[in-house]
Write a protein of this length. Sequence first.
Length: 200
Amino acid sequence: MIIRLARVEDAPGILEIYAPFCLESAVSFETQVPSLSEMRQRIARTTETLPWLVCADEQRVLGYAYASKHRDRAAYRWSVDVSVYVREGLRGRGLGRALYTALFGVLELQGFQNAVAGATLPNPGSIALHRAMGFKRVGVYRGIGYKCGQWHDVEWLERAIGTRTPDPEEPTPLPSVVGTPGWESALAAGLALVKPGTNG
């Protein structure tokens, strides 16, 4: 089992994990499953600048986590939104924590300062994971999304990445850190948290 950078070839496995969240729940506010082509484009577009990581064994993708731009205004460029998804039947075995640990290690290496996450309520598993990863509640958007026949609240959470400093350097594009010792250390720190037997 490894944690590594996502590749466009991972798109089918990522869609296997993500599709039920689009069709059967309000965890994602997407209401249609992205096409295979669209998912490939998302992976390629994201990894031009930001990390998209997968945890995989020899047969399949077990989970994934990625970062995306928080907002377009220039002063937000040290902040990212983050998400993590784990395959059905493998949740609660440390994969989410492992992927986030690796993701935050890479983001710190790039020089990002803040991570923001949203969780559709109720979702005690997601809230517990984010709290365990050091996120703190910012607030709740009430009835912000309509899906599956009802209005849904979203809790927003934040955590610092590294230590905020005055006059921070510009974030480093992802390709500049891939393969460096810091990159390898970040992935290894995440993988160390995966519980034995997680891949079944």
